[in-house]
Design a protein around this ligand. Structure first.
Ligand code: ZN
Ligand code: ZN
Ligand code: FE
Length: 757
C-alpha cells in the first residue's frame, strides 16, 4: 500500500475530469478524493503500487476529450486510511484557471439526438461534459451553472439525477438540458407559423423556398440560405452589403465535402475536429454551388455542423447552406434576440430564435492547409481562449492591444498568452464596443492587471488610443512596430529566442520612418530589429483609394519605377478613363495625398491590374486572392528583378519584373502562367535576399509572417526555395499569419523590452 498526492494543471475543469478520475479510482480500487481548486485539480489516492502506476498512466493517456493536460505532479505521502473514493467540494480562492472553448457535439450526444427512443430525441441543446457550449455562456469563474447563461433554467429531476451521478456522462455538465427543462427554439416570420410545427422543419422549408433565415447559433447569429440557389445568395449579398468576399458554407456531412471539394487527410481532420472551423478547400470543377458564394475563387470555405441545432437543420435541409455571420458587413456579429431583430430585419426573411443567452460574441474560425500544415486564418469559436504557451514566465501581467485590422488582443499571465477571439476591424463604434467588452471579460476571467501595455506604432489606431487611455497610470507603455510584431509572433509560437531573418509580407503597417511598410525582411530579435531589406517604395496615389483601385498602384509603379519606359505601357494606360489618368498623373507629380509604401500586398494589386484581372477591389486583398486562384506555377523560369545595395541592407526593385510581365501580356501569353511566374519571382527574390543576409550575418533561420502568407501558392514556393537553399524555416500554426496574430508578437516584444530579456 502506498499513497500519492497529485496535482494536475491545464484545461482540466468543465471537461468531466473529476468523474474521469473517480471512475479510474473505482477501476483500480483506489481510495481517496479529488477536487477542483482555481488553478488545478488535486487528487489524493491510496492503494496497491501497481494500481497507482496504472492510475497515473491512465490519468495522462486517457483524459477526457476536451481536457488538455499541461502538467502532472505526484508526490508520495503518508497513508490516511480512506475507506472510499469521493469527489469533494471545489476549493475556490484567488487565482485563475483555464476554461475550455466551445466544442462540437460529441458522437454520443449526436446518437441520442437522432434516436427516437431517447428523451433528447430532436433536442437542439443536447450536450454533455465532452461537448457543447462553454466560453460563449460563461460570465465569471469558477465555471458552474450559476455563472453561465444557463442559470435561468432550473434542472428537471431527470437532468438533476444525471448531473449528480459521477458515472454519468453528464456529471456536472453545467449546460445540461433537456426538452423538459432547457432552452427551446421558435421561428418568427412575417407569415404565421403554426406553433405546432417543428421550428427546424419550418425553417428548412423556408430555406428550400430561397428565403434568408437568421439563426441564433453558438457565438452569435448566422445568416443562412440555400448555397445552390443563385438568387438567394445574390440577395443575401446585396442585403448584407457584403460584396465580393466569399461566404462560408455548412454541409451535412463529409460526403458532401467530397462532393464539392478536393480534400486531403489533414483537411478532413481539421473539418471533423471538435473545433469545427471553416476549412478553405480546393473547389471541384463540378461543384454545384451558386456562383455568388465565392466569386472569382478556386476555393470554398466549408464546415460541418457543430451543434445539435445545426445537425438537425442540415439533415432536414439535405444540402449545403450558406452560413455567414449575422451582421451588416464590417459590424460585429449580433448575439441578442432583440438586437438581431433590430439589426438583421432588413436582411433576413425569418428568425430562428432560442432563449439561451449568448454571453461572449464568437465568429466561426477559419483554417487553411498551407504547405500541408493546417494554419489558423481566423481564430475564434473553438480555439479562443485556449492559451498559447510562452517560452518564459512573466512576473508582470501584459496587455497587447493588437492591430487595427482583424484585431485580436492578447493578455499574458505567467507563461500563458490568452489571445482573444477575432474581434474585427476597429473602424466603427460597434466593433470598438465589442473589443472593450471582450477585454473586460478576459481581464476578469483570467485576473489580469496589466503592468505592461503594448501597442502599435501607428498614432491614430483605435487600439493605440485604447492603450493610452487604459486606466493603469503606472503601467509601462511599449510601442511595437507592426512587422516586428508579426515576426516575433511566429518566433514565440515556436519558442525561438535567437535572432532570425523575418520575412513580413502584408498589406499595411506603420514603419519607423512614418511610411507604410509591408514588404520587409528584418533581422529580428524579441527586443529589437533591423530593417535589412524591403521592396522598393511606390506612392499610393490617393491613399486608401489606391487599395480600392488597383490600377492606381500599377500606374504608380510604372511612373515611379519604370519612368523611362512609360511608352511601353501605353496600351495599359489606354484602358484607364482619360480624365482619371490625367488627374492621377497630376497627383503623382505633386505627391499630394500619396504616401509611399513598400507593401507586398500593393505589388500584388499592381500585378493583378496589369494582367487586367481586376481593376476594382471590393475588399482589401481581393486582387491577390484572385491572382493566386488563377495562377499556374508549372513553369521553369522567373522574371528578372534587381536587388540594390542601400546602406547596410538591400532594396528589392520589381521594375524589371513588371516590365517582363507586361511584355508577356502583350505577347498574348495566358495570364494564368504570368500569374504563376509572378509568384515564383517573389519567392526567388525573397530567398536571394535571405541568402545575402545569411552570408553577412550568419543566420540560417527564416520566419515567415504577414497576410501575404495566407496565400498557399506563395507559401509553398517560398518554403520550397528556402529549403533548397538549406534554410531552417518557421511558419505560423496556432495564430494567423495575418494581423490576427500580431497581438501575441506585441506582447512578447513588450516583455523582452520591459525585462531586458
Ligand atoms: Zn456530448
Ligand atoms: Zn431536464
Ligand atoms: Fe500586417
Amino acid at each position: 500500500m502506498r499513497a500519492l498526492s497529485i496535482r494536475v494543471r491545464g484545461i482540466v475543469q468543465g471537461v468531466g475530469f473529476r468523474p474521469f478520475v473517480f471512475q479510474l479510482a473505482e477501476r483500480y480500487k483506489l481510495a481517496g478524493w479529488v477536487r477542483n481548486t482555481n488553478q488545478q485539480v488535486e487528487i489524493e489516492v491510496e492503494g496497491g503500487g501497481v494500481s497507482l502506476d496504472n492510475f497515473l498512466r491512465d490519468l495522462r493517456e486517457r483524459a477526457p476529450p476536451l481536457a488538455r493536460i499541461d502538467e502532472i505532479e505526484a508526490d508520495a505521502r503518508p497513508l490516511s486510511g480512506y475507506g472510499s473514493f469521493e469527489i469533494l467540494e471545489s476549493q475556490v480562492g484567488e487565482g485563475w484557471q483555464s476554461i475550455p472553448p466551445d466544442a462540437a457535439t460529441c458522437a454520443e450526444c449526436l446518437a441520442e439526438v437522432f434516436d427516437a427512443s431517447e428523451r433528447r430525441h430532436g433536442y437542439a441543446f443536447t450536450n454533455c461534459t465532452h461537448c457543447g457550449p462553454r466560453f460563449t455562456i460563461i460570465d465569471s469563474l469558477p465555471y458552474d451553472r450559476d455563472r453561465t447563461t444557463m442559470r435561468c433554467f432550473p434542472m428537471c429531476e431527470d437532468c438533476h439525477r444525471e448531473y449528480e451521478d459521477p458515472r454519468d456522462r453528464r456529471f456536472h455538465a453545467q449546460p445540461i438540458a433537456c426538452p423538459t427543462c432547457g432552452p427551446h427554439l421558435w421561428l418568427e416570420t412575417e407569415a404565421n407559423v403554426s406553433a405546432e410545427e417543428d421550428p427546424i422543419v419550418a425553417c428548412a422549408a423556408l430555406l428550400v423556398l430561397g428565403k434568408i433565415v437568421a439563426i441564433k447559433g453558438l457565438g452569435g447569429f448566422q445568416l443562412a440560405c440555400d448555397g445552390a440557389n443563385d438568387e438567394a445568395v445574390a440577395r443575401l449579398r446585396s442585403q448584407k452589403r457584403r460584396y465580393g468576399k466569399p461566404f462560408g458554407l455548412m454541409v451535412p456531412d463529409i460526403d458532401w465535402v467530397r462532393r464539392l471539394c478536393e480534400v486531403s487527410e489533414v483537411e478532413e481532420r481539421s473539418l471533423a475536429s471538435r473545433e469545427r472551423p471553416i476549412v478553405l478547400l480546393k473547389r471541384r470543377a463540378d461543384a454545384r454551388i451558386a456562383a455568388e458564394v465565392a466569386p472569382g475563387l478556386d476555393t470554398l470555405g466549408l464546415m460541418l455542423p457543430y451543434t445539435p441545432l445545426h445537425h438537425l437543420l442540415l439533415q432536414t435541409f439535405g444540402g449545403p447552406l450558406v452560413m455567414t455571420s449575422g451582421n451588416l458587413s464590417e459590424e460585429p456579429i449580433a448575439i441578442g434576440n432583440r438586437e438581431a431583430r433590430k439589426r438583421l430585419s432588413g436582411i433576413a426573411d425569418a428568425f430562428l430564435f432560442h432563449n439561451r443567452d449568448i454571453y461572449a460574441r464568437y465568429d466561426d474560425s477559419v483554417v487553411r492547409s498551407l504547405a500541408g500544415t493546417p494554419v489558423s486564418l481566423r481564430r475564434a469559436r473553438g480555439y479562443a481562449p485556449v492559451p498559447v504557451d510562452l517560452p518564459f514566465d512573466s512576473r508582470q501581467d501584459i496587455l497587447a492591444c493588437g492591430p487595427h485590422q482583424k484585431n485580436t488582443f492578447c493578455l499574458v499571465k505567467g507563461s500563458k498568452a490568452y489571445i482573444s477571439q477575432h474581434i474585427g476591424d476597429l473602424d466603427n463604434l460597434e466593433t470598438l464596443e465589442h473589443y472593450k467588452r471582450s477585454l473586460e471579460l478576459y481581464q476578469r476571467l483570467f485576473k489580469v492587471e496589466p503592468q505592461i501595455i503594448a501597442h502599435d506604432m501607428h498614432p491614430d489606431y483605435l487600439s493605440t488610443h485604447v492603450a493610452h487611455e487604459f486606466p493603469a497610470p503606472t503601467a509601462l507603455r511599449v510601442v511595437v512596430q507592426h512587422h516586428h510584431a508579426h515576426v516575433v509572433s511566429v518566433m514565440a509560437e515556436h519558442g525561438v529566442r535567437e535572432p532570425v531573418i523575418g520575412v513580413a509580407y502584408d498589406g499595411t503597417g506603420y514603419g519607423t520612418d512614418g511610411t507604410i511598410w509591408g514588404g520587409e525582411i528584418l533581422l529580428c530579435e524579441w527586443r529589437s530589429f533591423q530593417r535589412l531589406a524591403h521592396l522598393r517604395q511606390a506612392p499610393m496615389i490617393g491613399g486608401e483609394a489606391a487599395i480600392r483601385k488597383p490600377y492606381r498602384m500599377a500606374a504608380a509603379y510604372i511612373w515611379s519605377l519604370c519612368q523611362a519606359s512609360e511608352a511601353e505601357f501605353s496600351s495599359f494606360f489606354a484602358t484607364l478613363p482619360l480624365g482619371e489618368r490625367i488627374i492621377l498623373r497630376r497627383q503623382f507629380d505633386t505627391g499630394l495625398n500619396s504616401p509611399l509604401t513598400s507593401s507586398c500586398g500593393r505589388l500584388f494589386d499592381a500585378a493583378a491590374a496589369l494582367l487586367g484581372l481586376r481593376q476594382e477591389a471590393l475588399y482589401e486583398g481581393q486582387p491577390a486572392v484572385e491572382l493566386e486562384a488563377i495562377a499556374d506555377a508549372d513553369t521553369d523560369y522567373v522574371y528578372p528583378y534587381d536587388i540594390l545595395r542601400e546602406g547596410d541592407g538591400w532594396v528589392i526593385d520589381p521594375a524589371a519584373t513588371l516590365r517582363a510581365m507586361w511584355c508577356e501580356v502583350r505577347a498574348g501569353r495566358p495570364i494564368s502562367q504570368i500569374a504563376g511566374v509572378f509568384h515564383k519571382t517573389i519567392a526567388a527574390f525573397t530567398v536571394a535576399v535571405c541568402r545575402n543576409i545569411r552570408d553577412k550575418h550568419g543566420i540560417n533561420r527564416v520566419a515567415l509572417s504577414g497576410g501575404c502568407f495566407q496565400n498557399a501558392l506563395l507559401t509553398r514556393l517560398i518554403l520550397a526555395d528556402l529549403l533548397e537553399s538549406g534554410f531552417e524555416t518557421l511558419t505560423h500554426r496556432l495564430v494567423p499569419p495575418n494581423d490576427g496574430g500580431i497581438s501575441l508578437g506585441q506582447a512578447v516584444v513588450a516583455y523582452a523590452i520591459a525585462t531586458g530579456g
